[in-house]
Design a protein around this ligand. Structure first.
Ligand code: NAP
Length: 432
């Protein structure tokens, strides 16, 4: 019997568990440990609430969670309730699938002013993550700057611009829906330090921006390279750029404008005790495609600045860490004998949810090659003893199903659920 512990119940964790099931069959016990009482990580806390189709993948994870070989142990904090050395004593392999839930820092003067928020916190706020539910972002500001040219920047701009009607059928939490739908932003600026050919925004997501009830996306035609140059792009990227070209032909006909400000490197946030403007330096591309400043500076009005510039994996005690890369130090997923990482915790915050599937299989195969035989370790019985001795109130998958049902029952009309936004309420729901 192999005993495997996976830390983190997001896509990387569940795909790894699925791969272990397929490789080891009945001769494996997998425990998926998560500090949250709710499973599915990024699916619940990161995927935009108006992207319910993407969230549907959690049904696949549910099937894995309900099998005999895989167990969910929620409300267990690794590093606090149980340490990595203790887990390594009890399991043949420990896999860190903890994602990248911390913001990369916006390292410019004024970034610590009130009104400057990272996307992890902002997305956590509208998705009801207990760590960020108490945030009170000034979404009513007349002008909002969103830094970054990736899909997270698009999610943030779209959510800021949506009307109450457009949130129907979403699982946006009540506090965010209230604040956002009563807010009156006028101007949202998406700030990119490079140009339209360098965006990492994808075609479908850019297309959504052109169909919003109350916002018009705008691109300055002067920022677009000659259309013949699109031929060098891969087909999906070319479709993204085609949307930007459409936006360059459109006019501001709706109450909110979403302006793409390309070739603009953020250099400071200024304001009297709070963010009032983002100062940027005009950039141009060097021979390697990097944005380099031209010395010309200007101000973008911004009562709220949301930086969507990437994420980092928080370190865990006793685990080697690469400060520069912001993730665990690893060689193709191996950190140390018996200790592995997978998904964003291994490779950084890139790729789609599906990218984690081959990642999970790669790690499971690696475990099978490195550890062909289980070493007769204590496994889940050992973990249960230790957590019971420490008085940890473990949330099982069946407990989660009770919480899930209460969230579904309290949904507003047409919404899939109304999430609990604090851990105590989830525990109370589990206890009936
Ligand atoms: P991303 O695609 O890597 O975009 C990060 C953006 O931040 C880039 O435009 C980058 O510019 C910019 N940036 C980095 N440092 C900066 C700085 N100091 N100043 C100004 N700009 C800076 O990452 P992401 O948007 O966080 O998304 C993470 C992953 O999740 C991606 O794989 C994304 O596709 C995925 N995702 C998917 C969906 C979806 O499918 N619907 C939704 C959300 C996220 P440079 O290019 O110049 O470095």
């Amino acid at each position: 019997m192999h005993h495997i512990a996976i830390i983190g119940s997001g896509p990387a964790g569940y795909y790894t568990a699925e791969a272990c099931q397929q490789l080891f069959g009945d001769s494996v016990h997998v425990d998926i440990i998560d500090r949250s009482p709710a499973p599915f990580g990024l699916i619940r806390n990161g995927v935009a609430p108006d992207h319910q189709t993407i969230k549907g993948v959690s049904h696949r994870y549910e099937a894995i969670a309900l099998s005999d070989t895989v167990r969910f142990c929620g409300h267990v904090s690794v590093g606090q309730d149980v340490t990595i050395p203790e887990l390594l004593d009890m399991y043949d392999a420990v896999v860190l699938a903890t994602g990248a839930p911390s913001d990369a820092s916006l390292d410019i003067p004024g970034a610590d002013l009130p009104g400057v928020i990272g996307s992890a916190a902002f997305v956590g706020w509208y998705n009801g993550h207990p760590d960020h539910a108490g945030l009170t972002p000034d979404v009513d500001g007349k002008a909002i700057a969103v830094i970054g040219n990736g899909n997270v920047a698009l999610d943030v701009a779209r959510i800021l611009a949506k009307s109450a009607r457009e949130f129907e059928g979403s699982d946006i939490v009540a506090h965010a829906r209230e604040a956002l739908t009563h807010a009156q932003p006028r101007r949202i600026t998406i700030v990119g330090r490079r140009g339209p050919h360098q965006v990492t925004m994808t075609n479908k997501e850019l297309g959504e921006l052109g169909k919003l009830d109350r916002a018009s996306p705008l691109v300055s035609p002067a920022d677009l390279p000659p259309i013949e140059e699109d031929a060098v792009l891969d087909p999906s990227h070319r479709k993204s750029v085609a949307h930007l070209r459409e936006f360059a032909l459109s006019r501001a006909t709706k109450p909110i404008t979403i302006e793409f400000d390309f070739f603009a490197i953020p250099v400071a946030v200024e304001g009297n005790g709070k963010a009032e403007r983002l100062i940027v330096e005009r950039s141009t591309l060097d021979a390697d495609g990097h944005g380099v400043g031209t010395g010309e500076r200007y101000a973008i009005p911004a009562d709220l600045v949301v930086s969507c510039i990437g994420y980092r994996t928080p370190p865990i005690a006793d685990v080697p860490y690469d400060e520069g890369l912001g993730r665990f130090a690893n060689q193709d997923g191996l950190i140390a004998p018996g200790l592995y990482c997978v998904g964003w915790a291994r490779r950084g915050p890139t790729g789609t949810i599906g990218t984690n599937k081959p990642d999970g299989f790669m790690i499971a195969e690696r475990i099978a090659a490195d550890i062909p035989q289980g070493a007769g370790k204590a496994g889940r019985a050992g973990l249960d003893r230790l957590l019971s001795d420490r008085g940890v109130d473990v949330v099982t998958f069946h407990d989660w199903q009770k919480i899930d049902q209460v969230e579904i029952d309290r949904a507003r009309n047409g919404a899939p659920r109304e999430k609990f936004v604090d851990v105590d309420s989830m525990i109370a729901a589990k206890n009936g």
